[in-house]
Design a protein around this ligand. Structure first.
Ligand SMILES: Nc1ncnc2c1ncn2[C@@H]1O[C@H](COP(=O)(O)OP(=O)(O)O)[C@@H](O)[C@H]1O
Ligand SMILES: [Mg+2]
Length: 247
């Protein structure tokens, strides 16, 4: 599952930019230069990087509190909430050579994690990230707002088709009724029965098995069977336009 060639290029900043072009809202986000210079570079590297960093402009755009997280990461590793410039700089100094995103905080009314599987199979799970780990999928009175859930489902499909995932989770924080995509770069998402619970586990096992069977049955020898995002496949094989008869 999941195209290994695409996976090697997959990261959160590119995905955020693509999300905007696909019309799915994302938090205001900037990419920060790593605190330490990466191995295999010298003082002469990064000559196109403007220095000093225009922190004022960044803070005006992102505001505080904000989230700082690796541009390529997962499992909440090195995810920081920062409350002021000083707090940001102190925490940034802990991140070594990691390239971090700085992102506007979305203060949310609802939060969802959604499984996506090829064939447009979507399963929306109410999620409470402020609960302890084992209770995050236990949400009291989850919303039944049909319009909101339909938008969440549509955005999940749009993002995963655009990026070309067979298997992913997409997280949304809902602010003022608008789902904002927070984390949608999870090609090997948590599906542990101990965290997602029995019902979600049953859904993902059943549907992942059906997807795998479908893919095996549809496999065509000597042809490209990998999934490429619509964004990439449209660049390399644009939809054929009717050819005008007049020269
Ligand atoms: N911009 C944000 N606004 C509000 N909460 C956020 C934001 N970014 C991250 N979080 C919180 O931090 C958690 C971990 O961040 P996430 O982007 O999902 O990283 P990871 O890929 O490590 O899971 C999210 O589940 C969410 O609760
Ligand atoms: Mg996450």
């Amino acid at each position: 599952m999941n195209n290994p060639f695409w996976w090697s290029a997959d990261e959160k900043f590119f995905n955020n930019c693509l999300s905007k072009t696909l019309g799915v809202p994302v938090p205001n986000t900037v990419l920060l230069p790593s605190y330490e210079r990466p191995d295999d570079t010298s003082e002469q590297s990064f000559r196109n990087l403007k220095y000093p960093t225009d922190w004022e402009r960044i803070f005006d755009y992102i505001k505080f509190p904000a989230y700082m997280k690796p541009h390529s990461g997962g499992g909440w590793k090195s995810v920081y909430k920062v409350t002021s410039p000083e707090d940001l700089w102190t925490k940034h100094a802990e991140t070594g050579q990691l390239v971090m995103l700085l992102q506007e905080e979305i203060v949310f009314d609802h939060y969802f994690r959604c499984y996506y599987l090829a064939g447009d199979r979507v399963h929306i799970m109410p999620y409470e990230p402020r609960n302890p780990h084992h209770l995050r999928y236990v949400v009291d009175n989850p919303t039944k707002d049909k319009k909101l859930l339909a938008t969440v489902e549509q955005y999940t499909k749009t993002l995963c088709r655009g990026l070309g995932y067979d298997f992913n989770t997409v997280e949304f924080a809902v602010r003022d009724g608008i789902p904002i995509a927070i984390d949608f770069c999870n090609p090997a998402p948590d599906a542990d029965i101990n965290s997602v619970g029995q019902a979600n586990f049953d859904w993902i096992v059943e549907n992942a098995a059906n997807m795998a069977i479908e893919k095996a049955q549809n496999h065509k020898a000597n042809q490209m069977n990998l999934t490429w995002g619509s964004f990439i496949s449209d660049i390399f094989a644009p939809a054929k336009k009717p050819v005008s008869k007049k020269a």
